[in-house]
Write a protein that binds this ligand. Structure first.
Ligand SMILES: [Ca+2]
Length: 189
């Protein structure tokens, strides 16, 4: 029994993990910001761009700003605990103009320079979060294409407590529980 208890706990964890997978929130393939309640603000608004994308045709691109300005894209979303991720590309003055990513007004990531498409991911706790992407320029110099893009924003959406678990996962857990119980009885006899 003692040796099987960890197995049973693993099975239960397996069951729980089945219901909190990350979902693609937006790849911008609608060609606009209509798929979610995006907001954009700052010296210039973000827009949809078809000149580059991590996948599909479209990405979201920061507004055309100049020195000492910022352009923001933001989405408020209720998530479960799990991984948020997005693809990004930056083409900005090295070490002076940045793509910055905030969760609930706390900056958790920044990147600068001229990159291809890369991926960023981070764990979040369950709750309502404000996700903000900001292109921020310093006081001088424009380098490369002087803009940043994001694509394929994903987040864990489902709440573990009220999501139906696949029958196979429950059968797996119940089966292991049965094996553990029988084994315990056998040892006592
Ligand atoms: Ca896309």
């Amino acid at each position: 029994m003692t040796t099987l208890r960890p197995l049973f706990l693993s099975a239960l964890l397996f069951v729980c993990s089945q219901s909190a997978s990350a979902a693609l929130i937006d790849g911008f393939e609608s060609g606009d910001f209509s798929a979610n309640s995006w907001s954009t603000y700052g010296a210039a608004d973000w827009s949809i761009d078809s000149s580059t994308a991590a996948s599909g045709i479209y990405s979201a691109r920061s507004g055309r700003i100049t020195h000492n300005q910022s352009s923001y894209l933001e989405l408020e979303l209720a998530t479960s605990a799990g991984t948020v991720s997005f693809d990004y590309r930056v083409s900005s003055e090295d070490n002076f103009d940045y793509l910055m990513f905030y969760i609930n007004d706390i900056r958790v990531f920044l990147i600068t320079g001229d990159t291809g498409w890369l991926n960023y991911s981070r764990e979040v706790i369950a709750g309502t979060h404000v996700f903000t992407w900001r292109y921020r320029k310093d006081s001088s110099v424009n380098s490369y294409l002087d803009t940043v893009w994001i694509d394929n924003f994903s987040a864990p959406l489902q709440d573990v407590s009220n999501v139906p678990v696949p029958a196979t996962a429950w059968l797996f857990a119940i089966g292991l529980a049965g094996v553990a119980g029988l084994s315990g009885l056998r040892k006592k006899a």
